[in-house]
Design a protein around this ligand. Structure first.
Ligand SMILES: N[C@@H](CCC(=O)N[C@@H](CS)C(=O)NCC(=O)O)C(=O)O
Length: 78
C-alpha cells in the first residue's frame, strides 16, 4: 500500500487525495506537519520538508510533486 505524507491544509495534498479517491487507490496517510513524527520520517526518507510525498515501499520508489505522484499512481492502476 502507498504511504502519503501530507498537511491537512495543503492544496497539492488535496489534489492527490481527490485523484486517489477517483482512481480507487488504497493508501495510508501520514500527517507530516512540522514538529510531528511524520515530519521527521518525511525528511529522513525524502530529504526535505515538502508535501505531498509518496512512498511505494513494495516498489522501492518515493517521490515529491503532486503531478508526478498522480501520474505514478495512474500508471500503477492502469
Ligand atoms: N510543486 C509541489 C508544491 C508542493 C508544496 O508547495 N507544498 C507545500 C505545502 S502546500 C510545502 O510542502 N511547503 C513546505 C513547508 O511547508 O514546509 C507539488 O505540486 O507537490
Amino acid at each position: 500500500m502507498f504511504k502519503l505524507y501530507t498537511y491537512a491544509s495543503c492544496p497539492y495534498c488535496a489534489k492527490v487525495r481527490s485523484a486517489f479517491k477517483e482512481m480507487g487507490v488504497q493508501y495510508e496517510e501520514i500527517d507530516a506537519e512540522r514538529g510531528t513524527p511524520g515530519s521527521e520520517e518525511l525528511v529522513k526518507l525524502g530529504g526535505k520538508q515538502q508535501v505531498p510525498f509518496l512512498v511505494d515501499e513494495k516498489a522501492g520508489i518515493s517521490m515529491y510533486e503532486s503531478n508526478d505522484i498522480i501520474h505514478y499512481a495512474r500508471s500503477c492502476t492502469a
